[in-house]
Design a protein around this ligand. Sequence first.
Ligand SMILES: [Cu+2]
Length: 185
Amino acid sequence: MRFCLAQGMDAPTFRTIQQGDYNVKMTQTSSVFLRGITLAACLGVAACGEEAPAPEPIDTIEGITISDARLVLPPVSGNPAAVYFNLSYDGDRGIAVSGAEVTGAKSATVHDMMEYDFKMTMAEAGPVPLTNGTEIAFEPGAKHVMAFELDESVQAGGTAEVMLKISGGKRHKFEAEVRAAGEER
Ligand SMILES: [Cu+2]
């Protein structure tokens, strides 16, 4: 059995002593110290040495997997670029994609194709819900991310950093391969 006890109410450090050591100390302690032990002593390592939970990796949402991410440059420089990828989610908590950012783009938007005036057109998508088992292809003719006013530094053959904004203020970052306008989308 291991005990650990606080060395005083405002002392941030904890000390672990063996049972035998504890018994010896008991015979010499004052009643004030005994009261301190009653208040501060705790049994078991879990209760005393509870470690802070490991911090979540920055800009990564557990459960989201992105594959085949590519940013297709516009045929005409200055026009928006499109980002396509496959997203799967196996997290337990329901979340939603509420927007996007692309490094080197002035702004980025999650688009979806919708029918307007009997024609298919793209418009900003509402929040995209992700629940355990969700698989979505962000692809031509469907949902995609549109990147506006791309910086010259984003060049075919390179990579672009894409960030999905997730409900609750978190973000999921991934790299997309940059392709020229004529390449496979
Ligand atoms: Cu679009």
